[in-house]
Ligand binder design. Structure first.
Ligand SMILES: [Zn+2]
Length: 74
């Protein structure tokens, strides 16, 4: 799934060495050549699975809509 909230790219050795070698959400290992997704709201890399899960929770402004937190304003 593509989303304007993420930049999808292939994990390179440089990213793995300089930025991260795990997904910021589930801490799964990222390997060179994996498809990863840069979360522009939170400045972190996510694996394919976490990006898809996050996409489903996001609105058009790339904000995560948490149904559970509705009580805050109610
Ligand atoms: Zn993940």
């Amino acid at each position: 799934m593509s989303s304007p909230c993420f930049v999808t790219q292939e994990a390179t050795e440089e990213i793995l060495l300089r930025v991260t070698n795990v997904c910021a959400e589930c801490y799964d290992d990222i390997k060179e050549g994996d498809m990863i997704h840069y979360d522009m709201q939170n400045y972190r890399y996510l694996c394919q699975r976490c990006q898809e899960e996050l996409c489903e929770k996001m609105n058009d402004e790339c904000e995560i809509v948490e149904e559970e937190s509705a009580g805050l304003f109610g």
